[in-house]
Write a protein that binds this ligand. Structure first.
Ligand SMILES: Cc1cc2nc3c(=O)[nH]c(=O)nc-3n(C[C@H](O)[C@H](O)[C@H](O)COP(=O)(O)O)c2cc1C
Length: 328
């Protein structure tokens, strides 16, 4: 399925540790169509890491799914690209934005932005082997001067990639600070209108999305942290409405379904370890008692989760959404 150029299209970003199958299904329930798996390391793919099938799992009813590969060794990327070709993905994306030390120390992720020759060699290898649409997700190179980012994106375009998603923060800012939409706009304006540019950064509500759309000139917007614990964001975005408070019963239902999906994918132990932050993400900022949130950090068995869930369901929020609740 190709992505229509209008109206505004919302994509779920790759988020390591989050955008697995159960996370995406929670978002799809509220209208998400275009989604990414978390990143997969090219070396891990080539050497057959046992977590790969969990990262790459696709549900039978998922309408559109991209995966994202990370790496800086052309030979590994070539092999990884060939492996991903025969899997069930609509698009293969290449990571040029990850700022984490363990990644940039290997010259991968955002480090490639400082090494254009290696970056383009990696993209060229992927372009040669990948038979699906190939996209790149990157960061801006400078917050004030659009020149370096525009020049880099023009080289990617010339390499034959099928689209670029741009996170409007430089790598040293990690995920904090303002999003330089004007740099994304400069890239948008410098490339043919038919070439997809996706703007990313700081979308937590429909109003945020509209601001980024107008300032970047992009009709494709990528949602990342805004979807964590808030799959309802896609409902707001698609309806064009500001954030609406979510009913306690609905929070319980969606959280329960999400955790059940994690148990089905990871088994009980894995799901409970990974599920702690998932439960927290649903409870934080919604007026639930601090002791319930603390309990979420310790769940180790399905019985622990069931007990916490029963308490949450029975008690409900004691504060208003967004209000700090400190009472135990
Ligand atoms: C926990 C976490 C995991 C992330 N994992 C990835 C990833 O696997 N691949 C990637 O390209 N970006 C990743 N990112 C970056 C996001 O996709 C996105 O570019 C960034 O969070 C900015 O968007 P936001 O301000 O809307 O959150 C990650 C970000 C976070 C917070």
């Amino acid at each position: 399925m190709t992505i229509p150029s209008s109206p505004t299209t919302y994509l779920l970003a790759p988020l390591a540790g989050y955008t697995d199958l159960p996370f995406r299904m929670a978002c799809r329930r509220f209208g998400l169509v275009y989604a990414h798996t978390p990143l997969i390391d090219a070396g891990a793919l080539v050497y057959g890491n046992r977590d790969n099938p969990l990262i790459l799992a696709r549900g039978p009813e998922e309408p559109w799914l991209a995966t994202q590969v990370l790496g800086s060794q052309p030979e590994n990327l070539r092999k990884a690209g060939a492996m991903l070709n025969v899997m069930d993905f609509d698009v293969i994306d290449f990571n040029m934005g990850c700022p984490m030390k363990k990644v940039v120390n290997r010259a991968a992720g955002a480090a490639l932005l400082n090494n254009p020759e290696l970056a383009l060699a990696c993209v060229q290898v992927l372009r040669d082997v990948v038979t699906k649409p190939l996209t790149v997700k990157m960061r801006i190179l400078d917050v004030d001067d659009p020149g370096p980012t525009v020049a880099f994106c023009q080289r990617l375009h010339a390499c034959g990639v099928d689209g670029i998603a741009i996170h409007g923060r430089i790598a040293t800012k990690i995920y904090s600070g303002p999003v330089a939409a004007k740099i994304i706009k400069a890239v948008r304006d410098s490339l043919p209108a038919s070439f997809p540019i996706t703007a990313n950064g700081g979308i937590f509500s429909y109003d945020d999305a509209e601001r980024l759309r107008l300032a970047s000139g992009c009709d494709r917007l990528m949602i990342a942290r805004g979807a964590i614990g808030n799959p309802w964001l896609f409902r707001d975005l698609l309806a064009g409405t500001p954030s609406t408070p979510i009913d306690h019963a609905e929070i319980c239902e969606v959280m329960h379904e999400h955790i059940s999906g994690m148990v089905a994918l990871y088994g009980e132990t894995g799901a409970m370890i990974l599920g702690r932050k998932t439960v927290l993400s649903y409870l934080c900022g919604r007026g639930y008692r601090r002791a319930l949130r603390a309990q979420a950090s310790t769940i180790a068995t399905k019985a622990d989760f069931d007990a916490l869930f029963a308490a949450v369901e029975k008690e409900g929020p004691i504060g208003l959404p967004g209000e700090a609740v400190t009472q135990d």
